[in-house]
Ligand binder design. Structure first.
Ligand code: NAD
Length: 360
C-alpha cells in the first residue's frame, strides 16, 4: 500500500524526533511491503522564519491532500524566542490552532500506558501501579465550554463573566462513534464521562452515547461522573479502556492520566476528523532546552506513528510491530535520558530510533 504522509518536523526537538519516527516507519514499510511517501511542510517557528507566518495556505493544502499528518512539535522558548514578540495570531502556536481548524479535527486521542519497565516513574502507590494500565482518552476538541459564547459585563458595579457550554446531538454523536470504533480495536469497553447530575449538556451527552451504543453490541458501556473519574484515575486506573468525554473534562482528565504514567517522552496523541484522516503528534512540546543535542526521547513520536498506522490506515499488525518494538527495547534496558534509571543503558535520540527500527 502507498502511504501519503505529510510531516511537520516543526521546532526544537521536532526535526530530531520526526526523523526517528520516519526511520521506524521505513522499517515497517520494508518488512510489510508498503511504500511511505513523505512530504515535509513548515509550521510554527520554522514557518515564521521562512514565510513570516506560522502556517501558509500552501502548507494547509499539502496537509489536506495527504492521508495523514505526522508532526513533531512546534514552538520555542516562550521567554526568550523572538517568535513570542509577534502578535498572538503570528506566533508558532497559532499555526497549530489553524491547522486543527482547517482539517476539522474534532476528536483528540491520548493514550496513557504504564510500561512495566517504567513503573518506577509512576507516582501512584506500588499496589496500584502493579496492576498496570493501558487506556485511551477520547476528548471532543471543537465544542463545549471553550468554543461557546462568552462575555464579561458589569451589572450595578459588579463584574460578571459568562461562558456557555453548548453541544448539539450531532457533535456528540460523531465523537461517540469515534470512541466506540476505537474501543472495537481495543478491549471493547467505553467509559463515558459527564456531569449528568447537574448539566443539561451532559444529560444530552449521555442520551446520545446510549443511542450510539446500540450499534456496538460487543462494547460494554458505562457512564461515570467526572469527579468520580478524576478519583478513579488515581485509585484504580486499570479499570479503564476508552474514556469518552467532552472538551473541558477531557482537557483535565487527559493531563491527569498522562501524569500518572510519569514519562512525558512516551506519550503519543492523535487528532481525527470524520474520515480516516488524522494528525498524529507527541503530547509533549518542542523542548527547546534540549534541542539539537541528540538526547530527546523519540518514543512518543514513534508511538504516534503507530497510532497513524492503526487508525488512519487500519494497519493493526504493523502498528503492533512498532508497539512491540518499543516494549522490547525497554525490556532490553535501553533508555533515553528522560526515562533513565540505574542499571540501564543510556542512548540518544538517533540510537533509540535505530534500535526501534531494528526491533521492528
Ligand atoms: P515541553 O514538553 O517542550 O518540555 C517540558 C520538559 O520536558 C522539558 O524539560 C523538556 O526538555 C522535557 N521533554 C519534553 N519532551 C521530551 C522528550 N521527547 N524527550 C526528553 N525530554 C523531553 O514543554 P514546555 O517547555 O512547556 O514548552 C516548550 C515549547 O513547546 C513551547 O513553545 C510550547 O508552547 C510548545 N508546545 C508545543 C506543543 C505542540 O506542538 N503540540 C505542545 C506543548 C508545548
Amino acid at each position: 500500500m502507498n502511504l501519503n504522509i505529510v510531516c511537520i518536523p516543526g521546532d526544537g526537538i521536532g526535526p530530531e524526533i520526526v526523523t526517528e519516527a520516519k526511520r521506524v516507519l521505513d522499517a515497517v514499510a520494508e518488512k510489510y511491503g508498503h511504500k511511505m511517501q513523505y512530504k515535509d511542510i513548515l509550521m510554527g517557528g520554522a514557518s515564521i522564519d521562512v514565510h513570516g507566518v506560522p502556517l501558509t495556505d500552501e502548507a494547509v493544502a499539502d496537509a489536506k491532500a495527504a492521508d495523514a499528518v505526522l508532526m513533531g512539535s512546534i514552538g520555542g522558548n516562550t521567554s526568550t524566542s523572538p517568535w513570542y514578540k509577534l502578535a498572538p495570531n503570528l506566533r508558532p502556536e497559532a499555526g497549530l490552532l489553524a491547522i486543527r481548524k482547517a482539517l476539522n479535527l474534532f476528536a483528540n486521542l491520548r493514550p496513557a500506558v504504564l510500561y512495566d519497565e517504567l513503573s518506577a516513574a509512576c507516582p501512584l502507590k506500588e499496589e496500584i501501579s502493579a496492576a498496570g494500565f493501558d487506556m485511551m482518552i477520547m476528548r471532543e476538541l471543537t465544542g463545549g465550554l471553550y468554543f461557546g459564547d462568552r462575555k464579561t459585563v458589569e451589572e450595578n458595579g459588579v463584574r460578571k463573566a459568562i461562558d456557555t457550554l453548548t453541544y448539539d446531538e450531532n457533535e456528540i454523536r460523531r465523537i461517540a462513534i469515534k470512541g466506540f470504533d476505537i474501543a472495537m480495536k481495543r478491549r471493547k469497553k467505553v467509559t463515558s464521562v459527564d456531569k449528568a447530575n447537574v448539566l443539561d449538556s451532559s444529560r444530552l451527552w449521555r442520551a446520545v452515547v446510549n443511542e450510539v451504543a446500540k450499534d456496538y453490541p460487543e462494547v460494554t458501556l458505562e457512564h461515570m461522573l467526572v469527579d468520580n473519574c478524576a478519583m478513579q484515575l488515581v485509585r484504580d486506573p486499570a479499570q479503564f479502556d476508552v474514556i469518552l468525554t467532552e472538551n473541558m473534562f477531557g482537557d483535565i482528565l487527559s493531563d491527569e492520566a498522562s501524569m500518572v504514567t510519569g514519562s512525558i517522552g512516551m506519550l503519543a496523541s492523535a487528532s481525527l476528523n470524520d474520515t480516516k484522516f488524522g494528525l498524529y503528534e507527541p503530547s509533549h512540546g518542542s523542548a527547546p532546552d534540549i534541542a539539537g543535542q541528540d538526547i530527546a526521547n523519540p518514543i512518543a513520536t514513534v508511538l504516534s506513528a503507530s497510532m497513524m498506522l492503526r487508525y488512519t490506515f487500519d494497519m493493526d499488525k504493523e502498528a503492533d510491530a512498532i508497539d512491540n518494538a518499543v516494549k522490547q527495547v525497554l525490556k532490553e534496558g535501553y533508555r533515553t535520558v528522560d526515562i533513565m534509571s540505574e542499571g540501564c543503558t543510556k542512548v540518544g535520540c538517533r540510537k533509540m530510533g535505530e534500535l526501534l527500527a531494528e526491533r521492528v
